[in-house]
Design a protein around this ligand. Structure first.
Ligand SMILES: [Fe+2]
Length: 455
């Protein structure tokens, strides 16, 4: 796969360099010659560094699904005091959904207005707010969906998630994410994947920030198969950006590692920055992707492709074609289908659908679905366009191609596992109790005459 580097187009972060590709083997050095030659674990590493492997899959996972990297660092990550529970406890974080203590089930269509940015100092971790999920990290099966709303950077500590892989979708404010592998600057419209175990710290260069997080316990995100589409299309491997090695230049005498483990938070002190990796190589590394680079496919004559045609990344289950969690994007694109109802169809689904809106307005909802808001249509819960969208669409017709605005970007997390919803999400003042009214106005258009209206 491709291996060029690209430079951030932003004055403040113009030093950030990325490697390009998806799941290939990367090699990067902050100092020349820091990577050992011809072996992973020499008796003495260049520059006197420690060699440390991080395994993202079992040692014995098949070669095409085996993820690991070697980090060459000034001090190994084991050098810290014992972990102790972090206080105060996080109030709104759930990982294990096998218990109903903090969650509930409902088949009702749910929609939430955008979560307000907090007024008191709140960082990315403190601002996490679990909405729903299924399974348990103890079983290595399932997922959680969180929102975050924050207004300050994480200070002198790093988070490591032992439970699963984070996929973050910023909606407002950029994230500057420092990791052991290097730095990533992630803007609304981009997504970032921080896999299980990586130590990272989130800074907010724009201040108030908000977004969505999917956390998957089963395994790693992959590119979907392309089938009859062929060898090209959808998300291209070249467009995934992986950081280059970077050393924290600040001398820290006290730094805290926070480990998310079974949904609980633990912390341990150390007297140095965890961002002390001088070089690394391997195929287990964080990455970001610009959703605007997605190459969409769809019908060019009639009817409507299923939304799976817009899958960016997937975590497959053991059942063929069935996902633990898909990331699906609804990007700007031309709608050209003839004699066809072009917006999303009315639908009931054995899969569960969580939707978010990064900016703009979604084609299926004339009102009420706002940037930063979200909806959940659980297993077999009916959903579809609202009354206004339906009436407007059938009265307007579809004689000419139309384009969904460049200023619109929506996405969906879709899962075969049925999510439970946290009690605080159901009690939230942001819950839109009038959501159902968007469909109540759908009137009967039935008439006794032959209703075949194909143009
Ligand atoms: Fe649907």
């Amino acid at each position: 796969m491709a291996s060029f580097t690209s430079r951030e187009d932003d004055e403040e972060f113009q030093d950030l360099l990325y490697q390009s590709g998806f799941s290939n083997h990367f090699s990067t050095e902050a100092l020349p010659g820091a990577l050992p030659v011809g072996q992973n674990n020499p008796l003495v590493c260049p520059y006197g560094l420690y060699a440390e492997q991080i395994s993202g899959t079992a040692f014995t996972a098949p070669r095409n699904a085996n993820f690991r990297s070697w980090l060459y660092r000034i001090k190994p990550s084991v050098t810290h005091e014992p972990f102790t529970p972090r206080f105060p406890k996080h109030e709104f974080l759930v990982a294990d959904f096998t218990s109903s203590e903090r969650t509930a089930v409902t088949p009702t269509q749910l929609r939430w207005m955008p979560k307000k940015i907090p007024e008191s100092p709140t960082d990315f971790l403190e601002g996490l707010f679990t909405i729903c999920g299924a399974g348990s990290p103890f079983l290595r099966h399932g997922y959680a969906i969180h929102l975050y709303a924050a207004n300050q950077s994480m200070k002198n500590y790093a988070l490591a998630n032992a439970d699963g892989n984070f996929l973050i979708v910023p909606q407002e404010g950029r994230l500057l994410i420092k990791t052991e592998f290097g730095k990533l600057l992630v803007s609304p419209g981009e997504i970032v994947v921080l896999q299980q175990g990586f130590r990272f710290s989130v800074s907010l260069p724009d201040g108030p920030s908000r977004g969505y997080v999917a956390e998957v316990y089963d395994g790693h995100f992959r590119l979907p198969e392309l089938g009859p589409i062929g060898a090209n299309g959808l998300a291209a491997p070249r467009d995934f950006m992986v950081p280059t090695a970077w050393l924290d230049g600040v001398q820290h005498t006290e730094f805290v590692i926070v480990q998310k483990f079974g949904g609980e938070l633990f912390e341990a002190k150390q007297n140095f920055s965890p961002f002390n990796v001088v070089a690394w190589d391997g195929n287990y590394a964080p990455y970001k992707y610009d959703l605007k680079k997605f190459c969409p496919f769809n019908t060019v004559l009639f009817d409507h492709a299923d939304p799976s045609i817009n899958t960016v990344l997937t975590v497959p289950s053991e059942k063929p074609g069935v996902a633990i969690l898909d990331l699906v994007v609804f990007p700007p694109r031309w709608l050209t289908a003839e004699h066809t109802f072009r917006p999303p169809y009315f639908h009931r689904n054995c899969m569960s659908e969580f939707m978010g809106l990064i900016y703009g307005s979604y084609e299926g909802k004339a009102e009420g679905f706002l940037p930063g808001g979200c909806s959940l249509h659980n297993c077999m819960t009916p959903h579809g366009v609202d009354t206004t969208t339906y009436e407007t669409t059938i009265s307007r017709g579809c004689e000419t191609p139309t384009k969904i605005s460049e200023e619109t970007l929506a996405f969906m997390f879709e899962s075969s596992l049925i999510p439970k919803v946290t009690r605080w999400a159901l009690d939230s003042p942001h819950l839109d109790k009038d959501y159902y009214k968007g469909w109540i106005g759908l009137r009967s258009h039935f008439h006794a005459e032959n209703g075949h209206t194909k143009a």
